[in-house]
Design a protein around this ligand. Structure first.
Ligand code: HEC
Length: 174
């Protein structure tokens, strides 16, 4: 009887834990994303005068004109792969307009960061969507877009990127 009760209790705890732990937008994920933005700024991957690649015409849902970077970033002394996609739009947007004045047209910065052990079910990517100023974007439910975003409806980063060829959730691989 005693073991039965313990098993039951354990299962209950597990169930409660699963309900409480949102896959994204929680305190730890938000803090990690804020620190990540600081690291990106420090390495000239975000903010004024940041490194840029050649702008290209994008596809839904990522925006009219895009530019993408794929490389290592130093976080707490370890190198992680980061893929940064900047989304540009607004009146008059074009590839050359963006190349000349990226800050004027920047709408959002979407990031995939490889974090070993973070989400083994989904290739250990940490997903973020920042606004142009580095603050976190939110979904219609008001949840901050940082973490394991998300499976299900409406389509989150993971549910859509699962369809990318090559099995690493990355669409454009170098
Ligand atoms: C409806 C599908 C869809 C959703 C949802 C989506 N993406 Fe993407 N994403 C794409 C496609 C398609 C590409 C490649 C084409 C391109 O460059 O636009 C891409 C490219 C990227 C890239 C460049 C690396 C790569 O895979 O080529 C990053 C980074 C990225 N997305 C981040 C995100 C983040 C973060 C979210 C969630 C906030 C997200 N994406 C949501 C479809 C999606």
């Amino acid at each position: 009887m005693k073991t039965m009760k313990m098993i039951y209790f354990g299962a209950l705890l597990l169930a409660v834990g699963t309900v409480n732990a949102a896959p994204f937008g929680g305190e730890a994920d938000v803090k990690y994303a804020k620190d990540l933005w600081t690291s990106m700024v420090n390495e000239s991957l975000a903010g004024k005068g940041s490194i840029m690649s050649v702008p290209y015409t994008g596809q839904h849902p990522h925006g009219a004109i895009l530019d993408a970077l794929d490389g290592p970033i130093n976080i707490d002394g370890k190198l992680h792969r980061i893929i940064i996609k900047r989304n540009y739009g607004g009146p008059g947007v074009s590839k050359s307009a963006v190349a000349n004045d990226p800050e004027k047209y920047l709408k959002a910065v979407t990031v995939m960061l490889k974090r070993p052990g973070y989400d083994p079910d989904n290739k250990d990517w940490f997903w973020v969507k920042y606004k142009a100023d580095g603050s976190l974007d939110t979904n219609p439910a008001g949840m901050k877009l940082a973490g394991m975003i998300a499976k299900g409806k409406p389509k989150g980063c993971i549910s859509c990127h699962t369809a990318a060829p090559g099995g690493d959730m990355v669409y454009n691989s170098d």
